[in-house]
Ligand binder design. Structure first.
Ligand SMILES: O=C(O)c1ccccc1NCC(=O)[C@H](O)[C@H](O)COP(=O)(O)O
Length: 264
């Protein structure tokens, strides 16, 4: 049975084939050259390697599991609040059909906020890595479940050449092995089951020891409360990626403090 990811990946391929005809890769390369030196290479990875648990805070309007999360979506204000609240990085959804994301959100956030920004999209073509760089992203998401090992290796090399970090996402032990084989430097385990959409933190807790300490280990999805954060911290997680919980919080700084265990 196919998962939601294969469906999103197929739709993304169509979107990107169309985009390539509108904006040829040569144009993206010109834009990248014009912006050379504007960004510190690999800042995403560098920030996640700072001592203590790092928070990657997500800017996400909607999702397949929850539908629309926020009707009005002040994405730039949200990113600024994350910055003030001490986030280490921002994750910005750019996928338009399932998450109501947009490249415009990312480009604007990356232009106005100093934190590194992850382009949270379903990378299925090297073109998307050039796009990410051209729109001033600092990192790309590479999902093992939608890539062959040769593709993952090729995309990691391209990201490296462009000074972009890559968050390599796994859902199983086999995918963690694939990420390691490709020498990923940042590996994220997603706690969301792609068949049922159920989240279970035990997934990333269980796989922690498969990833060596020099690789950044990220736990993604389903992080709701200080107890979840405490469990992940105590299990040796380097960074956590949080979307819905923060999107629904009216006061982001307070919500992050509560998650960190600073408020009761
Ligand atoms: O969020 C979904 O419904 C979803 C469904 C299928 C593939 C990916 C999906 N989400 C992308 C993410 O990985 C999350 O946005 C991210 O990890 C944050 O999760 P959460 O804190 O649970 O919003």
């Amino acid at each position: 049975m196919g998962t939601i990811l294969s469906e999103i990946a197929a739709k993304t391929k169509e979107r990107i084939e169309h985009r390539k005809r509108e904006v040829p890769v040569l144009l993206l390369k010109e834009r990248i050259a014009e912006r050379a030196g504007e960004k510190e290479p690999f800042l995403f990875e560098k920030n996640l390697k700072q001592p203590g648990l790092s928070f990657i805070c997500e800017v996400k309007k909607a999702s397949p599991s929850k539908g629309v999360i926020l009707e009005t979506f002040p994405y730039l204000d949200i990113a600024r609040e994350y910055e003030k609240a001490g986030a280490s990085a921002i994750s910005c959804l750019t996928e338009p059909f399932y998450f109501q994301g947009s490249d415009v959100f990312l480009e604007e956030i990356a232009g106005k906020v100093k934190l590194p920004v992850l382009r949270k999209d379903f990378t299925v073509d090297p073109y998307m890595i050039y796009e990410a760089k051209a729109m001033r992203a600092d990192a790309v998401l590479l999902i093992c479940a939608i890539l062959r090992e040769e593709e993952l290796m090729e995309y990691l090399e391209l990201a490296e050449q462009l000074g972009l970090s890559a968050l390599v996402e796994a859902h199983s032990e086999e995918e963690v092995e694939m990420a390691k084989q490709c020498r990923a430097r940042v590996i994220g385990v997603n706690n969301r089951d792609l068949h049922t959409f159920q989240v279970d933190l035990e997934t990333s807790i269980r796989m922690r020891d498969l990833v060596p300490p020099e690789t950044v280990y990220v736990s993604e999805s389903g992080i709701r409360n200080p107890e979840d954060v405490r469990l992940l911290r105590e299990n040796g997680t380097d960074a956590i990626l949080i979307g819905e919980t923060l999107m629904r919080a009216t006061d982001k700084r307070k919500a992050l403090d509560v998650l960190r265990g600073k408020h009761r």
